[in-house]
Structure formats: structure tokens, C-alpha cells
Design a protein around this ligand. Structure first.
Ligand SMILES: Nc1ncnc2c1ncn2[C@@H]1O[C@H](COP(=O)(O)OP(=O)(O)OP(=O)(O)O)[C@@H](O)[C@H]1O
Length: 592
């Protein structure tokens, strides 16, 4: 448990500046002001010795006393001004701006990073980085930095300044150091594990909760609600354990530190009394020493109480940095835009990260502009992977994917995606109005354009039956839209987008016959004059395709029209025959 490495202050400082990014100079300025403020405060404390000595002396001199009062007052005022200037950064809009910029930067990263890298994160994890970690790192930094500089600088300045006034007193002040430093280090080490684990446990709980709620309908269907609730319960239990340990870990060092301060107090009092008795020390000096010790004990205890926050910050920083460091797609120069929309795979090899199995092997395929191409093949043969690479899910390890003879790596991601519409089997509807759900295909579309697309996708009739028509919120009607209706909304989106390439992951395969006819009519509208790629599971639906690509084990096995492939009596033929047999068998068993 205690093997967690505590970062050095230099490491923490560097990562802080990296996170603050273009506001790094504000952070540096604030830190510098804190350092100046606490140097002045330390000096003010150190001058308590001459002040109290001049008060508790036999030959009291008012001018002398006022002089030291004046010096302390000036130092305190200067310290106050610099603390104010440093804190201005904490409480002013700067820190909120850094938090805002960081969230935007992370959001931009999520938007542009390869989907392959994105999918390694669980939804709840990203949630937790954007919402919780950003606040934990930046906002906490503002609060803790002042405390940290106070504890780190004031004692050092006091000891150094005292050394020039009275070396014996400086040594007396140092007696707490050999114990305080190890207690601090021990405390940091002890809380480190718990805080790191705490952040992890929070992120896991959040991810488990999101997944549990999202998967609830499926879990209910397979009667596994209780089983999965156990997982969620486990995450809750782990968080409780970590929090319990965390509290224990931070309380013990605090008690020890407070006790230590009290012992140092007693020790200095005893030593001071002895020196006074031997006339080696004045009452004033002893009083000054006790005042300084009393003044130091409070920030020391406070800092120890919040030093665990440094670990929380560090854990948050690490999560943020990992996300920021994720590789981005590099856009090759010169950036280009295609004028036609045929698609080519030239000798493409692709393996998913973390697997040693190639999903696509030396794949060469050509999809003609404004043609309908079907991709068929056994489950796991690589059909979906082909469509993912067209959308630049990730770059292939070898080979090139081209649209209109241009390497897609020469296109901006947004440009590339503007050329492609996708209709999946599962349609995701956002919790917004039906109108806005369709408008997503073209955010600046007028209401008229949206209605036209809706009509073309055969949505109008069922939308008119909804309580508030197009203004009905998807959340309000819950899951009451049928699969076919959801499909048609997604087709309306695609019609509105009017992209030259359309990818269909056989959207009708899960529908009943009536819905299938409606969706098919909508699709016919969508694919007019487009480069269309259909991932087909039921071969009977793609007999009319201009070209059929048969994929097996990540390679192109056959290509041609239905008639050509049928005549060839190869893989396609045997797949077709097998499906026909299943169909006949289904019909027979229904009749019987
Ligand atoms: N995210 C992923 N990580 C690792 N391997 C993956 C991932 N997605 C797919 N694969 C693997 O890549 C290979 C090709 O998968 P792909 O989804 O392209 O097949 P498919 O032909 O579309 O299958 P299906 O018809 O069942 O949808 C399979 O071996 C699959 O297990």
C-alpha cells in the first residue's frame, strides 16, 4: 500500500504549468507573489525578537520599541499586499478561465482523437475527468498553493533571520525540524495510496453506474439485474473502504504533528526558563519564541490536514495528462478535398490495438463513385472494420485508404466526416426534440428543410401522431418509438446531411416486414446518386447491388455482381445457398 511514489515538488510544479497551459505565466506570477509575501511575513515574525527584547528590558526605550513596531508593521503590510495580489489569481476570473480552457481543450481532444483510443475509456471515466478531475486539479491548486508556500517559506525565513539575531534561538527553533519533516513525508506517503485509489474508485463507480443504467433494459430482459447490481454494489463497497483508510491515514499524522508542536512548546518553555535562570536569555526573547511557535503551529496543522489534497490533485493531473497526451490524428500536407467519391483500399493491413490478430490483411478494394456496393462475409471477417477505416477510426498499419484518389489522411477530420452519412442498426437519439434530432444532420438547416427531409424519410406520418409533433422531446416518449421509426429518423438526418457517401450497416435486418418496407422506401430516397456501401447479412437484400465484395478472414475473397458470383459457385454461392436453406427450413417449421 505504501509503495506509491510521492512526486517531487518539481514534478508537481511542472505538471501544474503544463495543465495551466497558456495561463502558465499567471500561475508563475501568483506563486512568485506568494513567495515574496511569505518572505516578508517570516521577516516580520523574526523581528518579534528585537521588539519584545526592547519591551522587556530594564532600560526601556520608547523610540527603540516604536522603531521595531514600525518595521514589523511595514513588513506585514507588504506581505498582505503580495498575498492579496497572489490570491487575486485564485479568486478572480483567471482560475475559472483556466478551468474553462482546460475543459474545452479536453473536449476538443475527445472530439478529434482516434475513436480507437476514445473507446478505451469507459463513458463514466471521461465524465469524471471532465467534471471532477478538472476542478480537483485547478480549483484545489488555487487553495492549496497559498497554504503550501506559507508552511514552506515562513519557517525557513524565521530561522535564517533569527540566526543573525541570536544563533542559540535559531537552533532552538530547529528542534522540531528533525521530527516534523519525517512526519510530513510519512503523512504524504500514507495518504498517497488512498487518494490515488480514491480517485480510481470514484471513476470506476461513476463508470459502473452509467453502464448499469444504460444496460438496465438488457439486464432486465436477461434477468441479470441482481447480478450486475452486485458489481455496482462492489464498487460502492470499494469506495467506502478506500475512504475509510483515507480518513485513518490523514488523521494519525495530524494528531502526531499537533502533539509534536505541543511538546516543542513545552520543551522551548523549559529550556527558555533554564536559560533565563542562568541569565543567558531574556524574558522578551522567550516570549517571542513562544509567539512564533504558536503562530507557526496553526498553518502547519492546517497544511497537514489538506496535504492529502496534493495527492488528489496529482491523481487528477495524471488522468488529465493521459487524456491530453493521447495521440491525435496527424493531417498530412497538403490538405486536400476530393471532387469525386470513389473509395479505394490499397494494400491495407489493420490490427486493433492490443491484439496481435490482423483484422484486415493486404486488402485491395475499389468502390465506384455513385454505385451501390455490398460487403458480405462471415461474422468477424472484417466488414465493419472496412467501414470504420473509411471514417478514419484509426490509421491502418500499412496501406492507404483513398476517397476520390486522395489519401484520407490528407483531409481534415471534419471535412472527411462531412462526406459520409452512416445509418446503423442501433439508432442513438439525443434527449432533445424530434425536430432537433433530425436537424443534427445539418445543424444550420431551417425548419422547412428538416420537414422536407422528414417527409422524404417517411417520418412525417408517425411524428404527427406524437403528443407535440416535431416538438416532442425524445425523453418524454421514452422508448415508445419503434425500431423502424428510430431508423427513419436517422435516415432523415442522413437525407438532410446529403453527404456523397452513405454507409449502411444493414439497417433493415432487425425490423418486421412492415417497418422494413417503410425503412427501405426511406433508404431508396437517401441513396439516390450516392456512393453507397451496405454491410449485408441477408444476401437476398443485395442481389441488385452494382458490386458485391466477399470478405473472408480480412481478405477480399471474391467480387462481382450477384449473377457473376452466383455463376462462379464459390464462397458467395455457398453462403447464399446456406441462407436459402435456413429460409426454407424456417418456412417449413412455421407451416408445421
Ligand atoms: N474494437 C476491437 N478491438 C479488438 N478487436 C476487434 C475490435 N472490433 C473488431 N475486432 C476484431 O476484428 C475482426 C473483424 O471484426 P469486424 O467487426 O470488422 O467483423 P464483421 O465482419 O463486421 O463481423 P459481424 O458480421 O459479426 O459484425 C474480428 O476478429 C473482431 O473480433
Amino acid at each position: 500500500m505504501n509503495n506509491e511514489k510521492v512526486s517531487s515538488f518539481k514534478e508537481s510544479y511542472d505538471i501544474t504549468l503544463k495543465i495551466a497551459d497558456k495561463s502558465a505565466s499567471l500561475v508563475k506570477r501568483s506563486f512568485l507573489y506568494f513567495i515574496i509575501a511569505y518572505i516578508f511575513q517570516g521577516l516580520a515574525f523574526a523581528f518579534f525578537f528585537p521588539l519584545l527584547n526592547s519591551i522587556f528590558t530594564n532600560d526601556f526605550n520608547l523610540n527603540n520599541t516604536l522603531f521595531w513596531f514600525g518595521i514589523i508593521a511595514i513588513l506585514s503590510i507588504v506581505s498582505f499586499i503580495f498575498r492579496w495580489l497572489a490570491s487575486d489569481f485564485q479568486y478572480s476570473k483567471d482560475i475559472v478561465q483556466i478551468t474553462h480552457d482546460l475543459r474545452n481543450k479536453l473536449g476538443e481532444k475527445i472530439k478529434t482523437m482516434p475513436l480507437q483510443s476514445l473507446y478505451k475509456y469507459r463513458t463514466g471515466e471521461l465524465n469524471s475527468i471532465l467534471a471532477q478531475n478538472v476542478d480537483e486539479s485547478i480549483l484545489h491548486m488555487g487553495i492549496v498553493s497559498g497554504m503550501f508556500f506559507e508552511v514552506a517559506i515562513v519557517p525557513i525565513v524565521i530561522v535564517i533571520a533569527t540566526f543573525f539575531i541570536d544563533p542559540a534561538m535559531a537552533l532552538a527553533l530547529l528542534i522540531a525540524l528533525p521530527i516534523a519533516v519525517p512526519v510530513y513525508k510519512w503523512s504524504r506517503k500514507k495518504t498517497k495510496w488512498d487518494k490515488t485509489q480514491g480517485a480510481k474508485a470514484h471513476a470506476t463507480l461513476e463508470a459502473d453506474t452509467v453502464e448499469y443504467i444504460q444496460g438496465l433494459p438488457v439486464l432486465r430482459a436477461v434477468n441479470q439485474v441482481g447480478e450486475n447490481a452486485q458489481n455496482l454494489q462492489k464498487s460502492i463497497g470499494i469506495l467506502r473502504e478506500v475512504q475509510k483508510k483515507g480518513l485513518y491515514a490523514s488523521t494519525l499524522p495530524m494528531i502526531i504533528m499537533n502533539t509534536l508542536v505541543e511538546f516543542v512548546f513545552l520543551f522551548v518553555l523549559a529550556l527558555g526558563s533554564l536559560w533565563i535562570a542562568n541569565e543567558e536569555f531574556t524574558i522578551g526573547a522567550l516570549l517571542a519564541l513562544l509567539i512564533i511557535l504558536g503562530r507557526l503551529s496553526e498553518p502547519l496543522a492546517n497544511f497537514l490536514a489538506v496535504s492529502g489534497v496534493l495527492d488528489i490533485m496529482e491523481a487528477s493531473f495524471k488522468h488529465i495528462k493521459k487524456l491530453l497526451d493521447t495521440k491525435e490524428f496527424s493531417i498530412k500536407e497538403p490538405k486536400q478535398k476530393p471532387t469525386k467519391f470513389d473509395i479505394k483500399f490499397e494494400n491495407v493491413d489493420f490490427a486493433y490495438e492490443g491484439t496481435n490478430q490482423t483484422a484486415l490483411k493486404s486488402l485491395d478494394i475499389q468502390i465506384k463513385d455513385k454505385s451501390l456496393t455490398a460487403i458480405v462475409g462471415p461474422s468477424g471477417s472484417g466488414k465493419t472494420t472496412i467501414t470504420k477505416l473509411i471514417m478514419r477510426y484509426d490509421d491502418p498499419q500499412n496501406g492507404i485508404v483513398k476517397i476520390g484518389d486522395i489519401d484520407i489522411r490528407n483531409m481534415e477530420q471534419t471535412t472527411l466526416m462531412s462526406y459520409i452519412s452512416v445509418v446503423f442498426q442501433d439508432v442513438y437519439l439525443f434527449d432533445d426534440t424530434i425536430l432537433n434530432n433530425i436537424r443534427m444532420g445539418k445543424p444550420n438547416a431551417s425548419d422547412e428543410e428538416v420537414l422536407k427531409a422528414s417527409n422524404a424519410a417517411f417520418c412525417h406520418e408517425f411524428v404527427s401522431r406524437l403528443p407535440n409533433g416535431y416538438e416532442t422531446k425524445v425523453g418524454e416518449i421514452g422508448g415508445s418509438l419503434s425500431g423502424g421509426e428510430r431508423q427513419r429518423i436517422s435516415i432523415a438526418r442522413a437525407i438532410l446531411k446529403n453527404a456523397p457517401i452513405v454507409i449502411l450497416d444493414e439497417p433493415t435486418s432487425a425490423l418486421d416486414t412492415q417497418s422494413e418496407v417503410a425503412v427501405q422506401n426511406a433508404l431508396d430516397e437517401l441513396i439516390k446518386d450516392k456512393t453507397v456501401i451496405v454491410i449485408a447479412h441477408r444476401l437476398s437484400t443485395i442481389a441488385h447491388a452494382d458490386n458485391i465484395l466477399v470478405i473472408e478472414d480480412g481478405k477480399l475473397k471474391e467480387k462481382g455482381t450477384h449473377q457473376e458470383l452466383f455463376k462462379k459457385q464459390g464462397k458467395y454461392y455457398s453462403m447464399f445457398q446456406a441462407q436459402q436453406r435456413v429460409k426454407e427450413w424456417n418456412v417449413k417449421s412455421t407451416i408445421e
